[in-house]
Design a protein around this ligand. Sequence first.
Ligand code: COA
Ligand code: NAP
Length: 273
Amino acid sequence: MQAQYDYSGKVVFVAGGTSGINLGVAQGFAQAGASVAVMSRSQDKVDAAVALLKAHGGEVFGVAADVRDYAATENAMKAAQAALGKFDVLISGAAGNFPAAALGMSANAFKTVVDIDLLGTYHVLRAAFPLLKKPGASIVNISAPQAFIPMEMQMHVCAAKAGVDMCTRVGAMEWGAAGVRVNSVTPGPIEGTEGMKRLAPNETTRHLITETVPLGHFGTPDDIAQACLWLSSPLARYVTGVVLPVDGGWSLGGVSSSFDGLKKAFAGAGKPA
Ligand code: COA
Ligand code: NAP
């Protein structure tokens, strides 16, 4: 990975930063010189992520907390700030997903995803803002194409991530006066991630999805890291309130083509219990 901007002296907090895309984003910032804090539910995942991030040489802090619990989220952020001194960048990416038809899941299953993705994002933004608030600060929410393209078996995720993008837009409006920018990055299908294991669990489903990506291949966590690095740097100082797809063009075809692959994939896998 080649850094576009030197983040030495900056502190980045990554909610849900212990695996997959978000860990890749945390690594991108660590490689670019930042001190990094990561938070997720599992202490084991936190410990493993901290060990990995320390290899980049900077200061690293890890803390276990569930974004559904506001007090725990706020305490985790205060602990990270006490350890690393301040926050300059917030990445909010904790999420849960499973393929299930709207009537094939319980009300609690729907609520669980909304609580993690949407309420959890609000908790993270709300707890972070007083610690982050200063001109030049940046918030990036990790969203999903489901936020703006309806997808079968994903009513819970579509609803939650659409809400996440609205938090981005309203946050940009309310916090612009404080000099804080808020943007969303929308990953397409990303190689080797838990999300893709769930939505494309075998070669057939992978192939069906790949066929609908104009660039013809899955992305990597580093592709998402590069977008977050740019958006959070002074190079993007006049960019706020945007929802930036980083998806190889996957979302361009909309319902009719882009998600045809996923629809076929769901026909062969991930049926609700
Ligand atoms: N289909 C339908 N319902 C499902 C489901 C599935 N595949 N998986 C879980 N649920 C339901 C459960 O049955 C439960 O509902 P119930 O109480 O009516 O039975 C509800 O969802 C909550 O499940 P639970 O396992 O208690 O939730 P949790 O808080 O422990 O875990 C999840 C949250 C379900 C989202 C879990 O998959 C998770 O932790 N995901 C994080 C990783 C991830 O999803 N990564 C990809 C990000 S894109
Ligand atoms: P992942 O590895 O499962 O990442 C999810 C992270 O969030 C993990 O660190 C997880 O750790 C944490 N987390 C989950 N629930 C949490 C909770 N309640 N409280 C705190 N932390 C929690 O999945 P991924 O596929 O890389 O997805 C990362 C992000 O990218 C998500 O926002 C997802 O919606 C988005 N996305 C992914 C893809 C893709 O191709 N994979 C495509 C579009 C969008 P714990 O288990 O320890 O809590």
